[in-house]
Design a protein around this ligand. Structure first.
Ligand SMILES: Cc1cc2nc3c(=O)[nH]c(=O)nc-3n(C[C@H](O)[C@H](O)[C@H](O)COP(=O)(O)O)c2cc1C
Length: 166
């Protein structure tokens, strides 16, 4: 069905939680690539993201109750593909992609310095929608840093293809 609802804007969501990995407690940061996301309220400002129930980032967000939506420029296509095709449990996606980690101002969660804009969100509700959770987050801090062309997931059924605006 991707050919029906794409192109959709590609974002990177960052998250952090202490997890039990191979019997050891570790503070894990992760980055997941998403094209299923939307604003759902003006006042208060609320943003919703859909993440597969088995994804590592789903587990981090359920545990910490916070996440950051990073709106990215078209130039970060390679990094978006990497974060969208690797499971974060046993790797550090910041290190692998060389994206710059920045601390959020209002929540305990990393942000991406190269982002054009970001939303720092606190989870207020989770809806199980088939094989994805919809994480509904109240935006408690946001900024637009600069303008630039955004990255979009194209309408291809075979693998991930990207596009942008004119
Ligand atoms: C362009 C693109 C869009 C994606 N959109 C979503 C999405 O909206 N929801 C989702 O759960 N996974 C999406 N994915 C897949 C996840 O990013 C991918 O499974 C990722 O490796 C999960 O990482 P994690 O296990 O570290 O959380 C997308 C991948 C790409 C490349």
């Amino acid at each position: 069905m991707a050919a029906i609802y794409n192109p959709r804007q590609v974002i990177l969501v960052t998250c952090r939680a202490e997890m039990d990995i191979l019997g050891k407690k570790q503070l894990k940061d992760d980055i997941i690539t998403l094209s299923w996301h939307m604003p759902v309220s003006f006042d208060p400002a609320v943003y919703a993201i859909a993440i597969g129930t088995a994804k590592f980032s789903s587990k981090l967000i359920q545990k910490s109750g916070v996440f950051v939506v990073n709106f990215i420029p078209n130039e970060l296509e390679k990094q978006a593909l990497f974060c969208g095709t690797h499971h974060g449990e046993h790797m550090d996606k910041f290190k692998e992609t060389k994206l710059t980690k920045e601390e959020s101002e209002k929540i305990n969660c990393p942000r991406i310095k190269e982002a054009l804009a970001y939303l720092e969100c606190e989870l207020i509700n989770t809806v199980e929608a088939g094989d994805h959770f919809i994480f509904i987050g109240k935006v408690i801090n946001s900024a637009e840093i600069k303008q630039g062309k955004r990255l979009f997931q194209g309408p291809s059924e075979a693998g991930y293809k990207f596009t942008t605006t004119e």
